[in-house]
Design a protein around this ligand. Structure first.
Ligand code: UFG
Length: 328
């Protein structure tokens, strides 16, 4: 992608895991980046690219003032709560933040006359898919308030687009993992629930053992299968989606995965090889709400955006995550 010096991009949640990787790519490619983040779940340590304004999206008037002054051509909206079990325990908190604050952002965006929007959606909107790989046209049947909150925002975006108020790309992330290959930024969670981070922190000795949740699934080795995508490829997908919208592309929804899957046991094996540490693993019962297999159909993103992943390799994903773990 060519350098676009005059394009201004607002990134909400740009201090978080995925947002900060996207900010790095944007700044490296010459875009002018303003991050709006309330730093509620991140420290700002990863916010090394772009200018950070500490602001909560609930403060609609202040957000509007920032949008009017910076006058971005496009907004990328990452800011959200993302922990599925927490959303089950505290649904209102999730709907307030993920839906309520997105409404405020969209309203400010409309008032500021900005019409292009990229939304961080999730494979969680599918719930337990009936067809694998799952395509974007599959029925949405989320099984958690988190997934529901993302599906609700997608409906709002669809209706705004139908009314001619916005053009948007909704990116449905599958299992995002890894870190910046240059080791500058990466995930910062003390109590991660995600498999790869949990495995690496176990290798580091931060947890006594890794649990495998369920070994009786209808899969070849009995453990769940997921489509792990490298965070830097996902970041690239955002830049392609942005280019698409700036070039006049129609509103659309795209799966972000590689279209293949690895089982929990396979991930654990690779984590052991990459780290060289034979950490303890305990097999326990199923974790509620886990679909047995979740793999993206990816022909749409590949054809529409010419998405060509660079890191479709579980070893690279885990190696980069391990490089980062050893720096923090
Ligand atoms: N797992 C373990 N042990 C662990 C952690 C995870 O066995 O310590 C297993 C899980 O049970 C699951 C697989 O590893 O089978 C992957 O689990 P993750 O927690 O890493 O990721 P999820 O598939 O649960 O989460 C992803 C996205 C969410 C999204 C969800 C929808 O990260 O944003 O899929 O199902 F909501």
């Amino acid at each position: 992608m060519e350098k676009k010096v005059s394009i201004r991009v607002v990134v909400t949640g740009g201090a978080g895991y995925i947002g900060s990787h996207v900010c790095k790519l944007l700044v490296k490619r010459g875009f002018d980046v303003l991050v709006i983040d309330n730093l509620s779940t991140s420290s700002g340590r990863n916010c090394r690219y772009g200018h950070l304004i500490k602001l909560d999206l609930a403060e609609e008037e202040k957000v509007l003032a920032v949008l009017k002054e910076f006058a971005p051509q496009i907004i990328m909206h990452f800011a959200a709560f993302i922990v599925v079990p927490e959303s089950v325990e505290r649904p209102l908190m999730y709907y307030y933040n993920n839906v309520g604050n997105t409404l405020k952002l969209l309203s400010a965006m409309k008032k500021a006359g900005i019409e292009k929007f990229i939304f961080s959606s999730s494979a969680a909107v599918y719930g337990i898919p009936t067809e694998i790989p799952v395509s974007e046209s599959a029925e949405l049947r989320p099984i958690s308030p988190y997934g529901e909150s993302k599906a609700m925002v997608e409906k709002i975006l669809r209706d705004m687009a139908l009314a001619g108020e916005i053009r948007y790309v909704s990116l449905r992330y599958f299992n995002v993992a890894g870190a910046d290959p240059e080791g500058e930024i990466g995930p910062l969670y003390n109590q991660p629930t995600h498999l790869i981070l949990r495995a690496l922190k176990t290798a580091k000795g931060e947890f006594p053992y890794l649990e495998i949740f369920g070994t009786d699934y209808p899969t070849p080795d009995g453990t769940c299968i997921r489509d792990y995508i490298h965070v830097m490829d996902l970041a690239e997908a955002h830049l392609l989606a942005m280019e698409y919208l700036l070039d006049g592309g129609e509103s659309t929804i795209l799966n972000c995965g590689y279209g293949r899957g690895y089982s929990v046991r396979e991930v654990v094996e690779v984590a052991k090889r990459v780290t060289g540490i034979d950490f303890e693993v305990r097999e326990t019962g199923r974790r509620p709400g886990d679909p047995p297999v979740l793999i993206a159909r990816t022909d749409k993103i590949r054809s529409l955006l010419d998405f060509r992943p660079r890191y479709d390799d579980l070893y690279a994903i885990i190696r980069h995550a391990w490089l980062w773990e050893n720096k923090i």
